[in-house]
Design a protein around this ligand. Structure first.
Ligand SMILES: [Zn+2]
Length: 66
């Protein structure tokens, strides 16, 4: 189950929640104020910042080049 980040519009609190993909845009209670005005934020792993670093290192580390 992926982790989604939410931002509460009432108390400006940011929190993360483990949810199903089908429930990611469903209303969720804020853990701080209990409000349901939270907005889902774009999570970091969805952008794919970590995938670029692994692709650049195409040279094999364990190559027996003698
Ligand atoms: Zn809140």
């Amino acid at each position: 189950m992926p982790i989604y980040s939410y931002h509460c519009e009432q108390c400006q609190t940011e929190f993360t929640e483990l949810r199903r993909c089908s429930e990611m845009d469903a209303p969720i209670d804020c853990p701080e104020c209990g409000g349901r005005e939270s907005q889902r934020m774009l999570s970091g792993f969805a952008v794919g910042s970590g995938a670029a670093s692994t692709a650049s290192s195409s040279q094999p580390a364990s190559s027996p080049f003698r």
